[in-house]
Design a protein around this ligand. Structure first.
Ligand SMILES: [Zn+2]
Length: 225
């Protein structure tokens, strides 16, 4: 992805003001590079939360009175409904158009469906990091490791759940692929990588994609109106 460097520099300049103000408030006599780094990291995390919220709310656009349901029926606009996700920047709350009232009984938030969001859950990006932290260490060790890197806490239960979920997705993906391989003879490359045990989640990025696709094809937000 390419970024507009001029805009990035402008944001950088603004960020310097934020960092200086925060450092002055600390009132320390001597500020070292580690202090500046930490203030910057915390600020960037807050910016990430704010930007993610704004992105999702802007992407939502104008609400329509009615939309098509995945069952073929019709969904009626209800209101802008609040949702929460746990992202790589921490907890993010946002409001988006929510539709319900179809005969099938499911509701739908189009913006969640478009981006593969499962409200109340960790995002695919955070799920990968959590699963990677849970592979090599104990789940509690993984939790501590994550706090240092992400600057927010994830519960031991979440580390366990996400690591196991990702492990299962990886196994399913491997199984699906070997099924295809049985019918085709074009899977030489994959056969080599099968030497690695599937429960070692080096393919967890693939698993995250599987997860996003699964959410998309489910065609609903997982919420009840
Ligand atoms: Zn329906």
């Amino acid at each position: 992805m390419k970024y507009n460097i001029e805009k990035i520099n402008e944001i950088g300049k603004l960020l310097v003001e934020v960092v200086e103000a925060a450092a002055n408030q600390e009132g320390k006599e001597e500020i070292r590079i580690g202090d500046i780094e930490m203030v910057l990291r915390e600020s960037l995390q807050a910016i990430g939360q704010s930007a993610l919220k704004q992105f999702l709310e802007q992407a939502d656009g104008e609400a329509e009175a009615e939309i098509k349901c995945s069952c073929g029926g019709k969904l009626k606009y209800q209101r802008r409904r609040k949702a929460t996700i746990w992202s790589v920047f921490g907890k993010v709350d946002y409001r988006r158009a929510y539709y319900a009232g179809c005969v099938c009984g499911t509701g739908c938030a189009p913006v969640d469906r478009r981006y593969g969001i499962e409200p109340g859950q960790v995002t695919a990006g955070l799920a990968v990091l959590i699963a990677l932290s849970g592979i090599k260490e104990s789940f509690d060790e993984g939790r501590k490791w994550l706090k240092e890197y992400l600057l927010f806490e994830v519960s031991e239960n979440t580390v366990r759940a996400e690591t196991q979920k990702m492990g299962k997705l990886q196994l399913d993906a491997d199984e699906e692929l070997s099924k295809k391989c049985r019918t085709k003879s074009v899977c030489k490359k994959r056969e080599h990588s099968q030497v690695a045990a599937p429960d070692i989640l080096y393919g967890s990025v693939d698993a995250a994609k599987v997860r996003i696709e699964a959410a998309r094809s489910a065609g609903k937000s997982g919420e009840r109106p």
